[in-house]
Design a protein around this ligand. Structure first.
Ligand code: PNW
Length: 476
């Protein structure tokens, strides 16, 4: 016996990628180096010294790739635009770079697929990094120029725009932990980057909205649970992780203020950094940042179970991929311990915790009343094998079903979730993990660039076609 759970009529089933992770053609048609081209050449920064020079060669294969999306019945495609392609070195417009995205959008519309662009998914021109990158206020104005260029080129066909993907990663993982490009390791740089990223979002949103666009942002968010809900130190650990990961970005956007408890936690570890951060937040900035959002994109991979008590054993999973030293992206939280709760894990070491997505969506809906939500990323890496031209990936297939079911749970509890983008359409360049981690519902054989739809991809296509999930009644 099964029961059928249906999705709302206007719910979008999509899949996501990002420019640097799939395009390749890194130095073609006028594109110049981005921070990820530079970082992937730093010894030990990326596993196997992989880089984005070729990736999935999507720049050349986009027509076939859109045909593949159409064959899967995808209704929307979330992609990002490469700043270094469109405005090489952050300077003058490169018409060939703009033209690529224009052709991609035409191809998508022709196939009946909604184009869902994200302006910035981590690939800043290296020349701008050399002028301070996101620690420099001036970068926000270069970003606005880039945003306006993209809107002038595509705004006649694309109504909905996302400014940034996961500013937590582009600031604390990139400028404090040093695990992502540009690989800096300072509390000051992470704090300044976080503010300038949010300001860049706000300034671009003003400009695009003035031109009639719908504008939102995508955040990576989590649920942080204390190991023992009645233990004060565990409660405090959950407050700190929620504060630094979620509220540091949500609060400026929704109420125009950084969370005071987290500012004070940062001050305790680096007073000078917080003083510089506070002077970087100029009068008027938070009003720009907190203008209303037309939607919020939520990226969810896993929750966090945290303890404020000293670890007896090293944490499971989530380690840096190479021997190159990195710091904690949570500088005020280095005492926090992430115990193993025995949930299954993906090959990223990330726990599979679908119910966390339901709770996260409910929490964000309460925080941002009236703002439509989209799950803009959710997915899992597994060690897939191509055998006789097929990839059987039962874990990912179940992962997708369980998380779509979690989305339905949120919808049934009144949350306005308008769509789901699986991460990722293809296996691709998984940042510091290179090509070793495979997230796709479509397998890529990098030697031949052959695409093979995995079992999970066929299952996702079936769900999107039926707009419903069949759930065994015993499991329900
Ligand atoms: C997200 N972390 O990245 C990105 O938006 C994608 O580009 C990426 O491929 C995907 O998730 C899978 O990793 C993250 O360390 C990378 O917490 C690292 C973290 C979070 C998100």
């Amino acid at each position: 016996m099964t029961m059928t759970r249906s999705f709302p009529d206007d719910f979008l089933f999509g899949a996501a990628t990002a420019a640097f992770q799939v395009e390749g053609a890194a130095f073609e048609d006028g594109r110049t180096a981005s921070i990820w081209d530079a970082f992937s050449r730093v010894p030990g920064a990326v596993i196997n010294a992989d880089n984005g020079d070729v990736a999935c060669d999507h720049y050349h294969r986009y027509r076939d790739d859109v045909a593949l999306m159409k064959s899967l019945g995808l209704q929307a495609y979330r992609f990002s635009t490469s700043w270094a392609r469109v405005r090489p070195d952050g300077g003058a417009v490169n018409p060939k770079g703009v033209d690529f995205y224009s052709r991609l959008v035409d191809e998508l519309l022709e196939a009946g697929i909604v184009p869902w662009p994200t302006l910035y998914h981590w690939d800043m021109p290296q020349a701008l990094e050399e002028r301070g990158g996101w620690t420099a206020r001036e970068t926000t104005e270069r970003f606005v120029e880039f945003a306006v260029t993209m809107h002038e080129a595509l705004g006649d066909r694309v109504p909905t725009w996302t400014t940034l993907n996961e500013p937590w990663c582009s600031s604390f993982l990139a400028y404090t932990a040093g695990a992502h490009a540009p690989g800096r390791q300072s509390v000051r740089d992470g704090l300044l980057a976080s503010h300038h990223l949010l300001l860049a979002h706000g300034r671009a949103a003003q400009e695009l909205r003035a031109r009639g666009a719908q504008v939102g942002i995508t955040l990576n968010l989590t649920v942080a649970d204390p190991v023992d809900p009645s233990d004060l130190e565990d409660q405090d650990a959950a407050r700190r992780i929620d504060g630094q990961f979620n509220r540091w970005f949500l609060d400026p956007l929704r109420v125009g203020a950084y969370p005071v408890d987290i500012v004070s936690d940062f001050r305790a570890v680096d007073e000078a950094a917080v003083a510089e951060f506070e002077s970087a937040v100029r009068p008027g900035d938070l009003e720009i940042i907190s203008q209303p959002l037309d939607f919020l994109g939520v990226n969810y991979y896993h929750g966090e179970l945290v303890s404020g008590h000293a670890a007896e054993e090293p944490p499971v999973g989530g380690e840096a991929p190479t021997d190159r030293p990195t710091r904690s992206p949570y500088p005020a939280d280095e005492d926090i311990h992430w115990p193993d709760r025995g949930l299954p894990r993906t090959t990223m070491g990330w726990e599979v915790q679908p119910e966390g997505l339901t709770r996260l969506l409910q929490r964000v809906a309460a925080d941002l009343p009236g703002v439509p939500l989209y799950v803009t990323e959710n997915g899992a890496a597994y060690d897939d094998e191509l055998v006789d031209g097929a990839v059987d990936d039962p874990e990912r297939t179940e992962f997708v079903r369980a998380h779509l079911s979690a989305v339905l749970d949120a919808i049934e509890r009144g949350v306005d979730v308008r769509g789901y983008y699986y991460w990722s359409l293809f296996d691709n360049f998984e940042w510091a993990w290179g090509y070793e981690k495979r997230f796709g519902i479509v397998h890529v054989d990098y030697a031949t660039q052959q695409r093979t739809v995995k079992r999970s991809g066929r299952e996702y296509a079936r769900i999107a076609a039926e707009r419903a999930l069949d759930i065994p009644v015993s499991a329900y």
